[in-house]
Ligand binder design. Structure first.
Ligand code: AMP
Ligand code: ZN
Ligand code: ZN
Length: 397
């Protein structure tokens, strides 16, 4: 009888098992290009990479923030996770546009319901999850949410973000998350403003590196072991006003809606003008390639979702395509290019008791991160996911 009680205590959530269990933490440093790690200004990340596993990670197309953050936590490319762009339209919601800044749409579960994020899978399995920001984490999925979550606030400082997570780790074992996320936007923001090769980006890298150090040291001080996975959503590439493609040079801007512009353009012809827009765009152009969504290369895994606009133009790396006055000045850095662009490659580091030590992975697709996290959390592999554990098996101990 006593033995049975002991076994039950070990297995029940909040029992000894929970106390001893390492916490899995997924950290995103938005816009941390894979090769930033070799600049020699991020010693804490370099140490994690040395003690764990690292390797360049291929983002999903489009190489934008929301589609890739959702790919990382669902194991599905944007076409199948439903977040096909930072901005998108849906024929089931005529006249409405989803965008990062439009809370009414961005916080509506309608857009996020095509794939289950890992914090929900964890909660369903009885593992407490906590999100210190992550796109999609503020939105209920099948009516459920992470046990702890916060509404995104860009002004919530990086120090506050780390301290919030450390406070969660400080809790008694039965209240402590088994899985948590942490998100930093500053490297991306500064990368856009000043470009990837700027002193300002280097300063932002050093600052975030110090925050990662505080997380690692804070957890160690509490005696909480971490299975830490540090990723980025995409890289960053220098852009310039001199490398700008204006769609109005080819076609009347009144004949289409520009759903998204920049390194790629998502173009939806307005009713009755489909042929005119297609005729103008589906011809060879300098510095960009346009195609109907159904004719995009298979390797992009993108174009079948009804939310993808009818015509897609992808700019040559370093160029941008748009119409009218651009929303941001064309200088500094941008991302959104073909995911085969080496400058879109993203950071990946995994370090902790679950991971191999001192291993380097060849380039892999970011959708495999969910499979890796599920394995570490003891969740079964999702047979419906695009990313397979086999792609990152070498990352596990
Ligand atoms: P991008 O336009 O692709 O560079 O997107 C990066 C921006 O997304 C950053 O400046 C963040 O402030 C913003 N962002 C990140 N997470 C969220 C969120 N959960 N809700 C709203 N905006 C976010
Ligand atoms: Zn981003
Ligand atoms: Zn960005």
């Amino acid at each position: 009888m006593r033995l049975i009680l002991l076994i039950a205590a070990l297995l029940l959530p909040g029992g000894l098992a929970a106390k001893e269990r390492p916490v899995t933490v997924l950290v995103s440093i938005d816009g941390f290009r894979a090769d930033y790690l070799a600049r020699g200004i991020t010693p804490r990340l370099a140490a994690l990479a040395r003690e764990g596993v690292t390797g360049p990670m291929r983002p999903s197309f489009p190489t934008k923030t929301f589609p890739n953050h959702y790919a990382l936590v669902t194991g599905k490319h944007p076409d199948r996770n439903g977040i096909v762009g930072n901005s998108m339209i849906d024929p089931r919601r005529p006249g409405v546009m989803f965008s990062l800044g439009n809370d009414k749409q961005a916080l509506d579960p309608f857009w996020w319901s095509e794939a289950e994020p890992i914090w929900i899978a964890a909660e369903k399995a009885g593992l407490r999850s906590a999100t210190m920001f992550w796109p999609g984490s503020e939105v209920p999925f099948e009516g459920r949410r992470p046990s702890d979550w916060l509404r995104y606030d860009k002004n919530f400082s990086n120090v506050q973000r780390v301290n919030t997570l450390i406070d969660w780790l400080r809790r008694p074992a039965d209240m402590r998350p088994a899985f948590a996320t942490l998100y930093f936007d500053t490297v991306d923001t500064i990368g856009h403003d000043f470009g990837p090769d700027s002193a300002e980006v280097n300063a932002a890298l050093a600052e975030v590196d110090a925050r990662i150090g505080e997380l690692v040291d804070g957890a160690a001080k509490l005696g909480v072991r971490l299975n830490l996975v540090v990723v980025a959503d995409h890289g960053m590439r220098a852009i310039d006003e001199s490398r700008r493609i204006k769609l109005e040079d080819f076609v009347d801007p009144a004949s289409f809606i520009l759903v998204e512009g920049g390194p790629y353009a998502a173009i939806e012809p307005v009713t009755g003008t489909d042929d005119r827009v297609a005729e103008a765009l589906l011809v060879p152009h300098e510095h960009m390639t346009c195609a109907r969504k159904e004719n995009l290369p298979e390797r992009l895994h993108w174009g079948r979702n009804p939310r993808v606009a009818a015509i897609i133009c992808i700019a040559e790396p370093g160029w941008v395509v748009g119409a009218g006055t651009p929303p941001h000045p064309i200088r500094g850095g941008a991302h959104g290019y073909d995911n085969a662009d080496p400058e879109m490659l993203a950071l990946f580091i995994a370090r902790g008791p679950a991971f191999a030590r001192g291993a380097t992975l060849p380039v892999f697709d970011n959708v495999a991160v969910t499979a890796l996290l599920r394995a570490v959390l003891g969740l079964p592999e999702d047979p419906d996911a695009d990313g397979k554990l086999a792609d990152v098996k070498a990352a596990l101990k």
